[in-house]
Design a protein around this ligand. Structure first.
Ligand SMILES: N[C@@H](CCC(=O)N[C@@H](CS)C(=O)NCC(=O)O)C(=O)O
Length: 323
């Protein structure tokens, strides 16, 4: 099995989502910590323009977006996978994943503790304004707090309904499943700074609050029990990845609504922020195109070595580029 390297930084909710999954699975991996803001010089070594965190290398294959990362890890390590076994559970799991990104995360952002030092760091504020078009200063976030609480209350009601029959985990599994990670990670990121709160009280949401406590406890236990990830510097990471094999074969390139063809030079970028379309485009040779995944071959900068970058089709655009 190829080495796994997670690109993340402490404090990233999405990075924590993936490290939580790896800890619950007991999968060994390394971490290469990146600055919280752009530029990220380590990525130059690989010739990667992708702006978001996390992404994961398995050998010379680089997977963008936790959505695809989980799909790959569930397939590569099928024994005691955390994903739902039945179709209806899997569908609910996917809906929960997208609900968390499209709805929950936006609701909880303004609940971040306003005393966090980075919220007064002018470099961070400028960077996030350019990426999201949003004001992350304590005053900017404060304006959204009441709306956030109204929304989180609604979301807690939905979770309370799911948990009302006394189950420990959302799909009534014995252990926390992937769906629990999807639904809990945003709340887990901010709740310590929010609770106790009269609008999110144990009287109104007893099962949801217990479930969140259970989640935090389970994750802390798993992280304490397993080996801590090895921390790699940028040059150690590049040396390791560039000397690895591909972890899977390329292809197929299926007939696709974009009309793109195998071997064509294409640009890949995210469509859910303000600056990726213009500033964070990866350009390479199209080698895989299916309903769920795209992969491009690019050449690393640190050595004459090809890498494959993979992304889900959700929230990413692809377009032909003239050679
Ligand atoms: N859908 C993406 C979302 C990733 C995301 O938005 N991550 C945040 C950090 S937690 C980010 O990249 N922010 C800008 C940055 O760190 O450069 C995933 O699941 O990986």
């Amino acid at each position: 099995m190829s080495e796994i390297v997670l690109f993340c930084y402490p404090g990233s909710p999405w990075g924590a989502k993936v490290s939580t999954y790896l800890a619950l699975r007991g999968i060994e991996y390394s971490e290469c910590h990146q600055p919280m803001t752009w530029p990220r010089p380590d990525l130059e070594l690989l010739n990667i323009r992708y702006r978001r965190i996390p992404f994961l290398a398995i050998g010379r294959d680089i997977f963008y977006d936790s959505l695809l990362i989980f799909e790959k890890l569930e397939t590569l390590y099928p024994e005691s996978a955390l994903g739902a076994k039945e179709c209806s559970g899997r569908a609910l799991e996917k809906l929960m994943e997208k609900w968390a990104e499209g709805t929950l995360l936006k609701s909880v952002l303004c609940l971040l503790p306003k005393t966090l030092p980075l919220l007064t760091d002018s470099n961070f504020l400028k960077d996030r304004k350019e990426l999201w078009g949003m004001d992350f200063s304590p005053e900017g976030l404060e304006q959204g707090v009441s709306k956030s609480l109204v929304e989180v209350r609604e979301q807690f009601s939905l979770l309370e309904d799911l948990l009302k029959d006394g189950r420990s985990w959302l799909l009534n599994t014995e252990k926390a499943g992937l769906i629990d990670i999807h639904a809990a990670f945003c709340f887990d990121w901010v709740m310590a700074g929010v609770l106790p709160n009269e609008f999110l009280s144990p009287d109104s949401y007893p099962n949801t609050l217990k479930w969140l406590e259970r989640y935090a406890h389970t994750v802390a236990q798993a992280k304490a029990k397993g080996p801590a990830p090895t921390l790699l510097t940028g040059s150690e990471m590049a040396k390791l990845i560039l000397a690895s094999e591909f972890s899977e074969s390329a292809g197929p390139v299926k007939k696709d609504p974009t009309g793109l063809q195998e071997g064509q030079t294409v640009a890949l970028y995210r469509i859910d922020d303000v600056s990726s379309a213009s500033q964070h485009r990866d350009v390479g040779r199209l080698v895989t195109l299916t309903e769920h995944e795209v992969a491009l071959e690019i050449k690393a900068k640190a050595a004459d070595v090809e890498l494959r970058i993979h992304a889900p089709r959700w929230q990413f655009a692809l377009e032909a580029v003239d050679n």
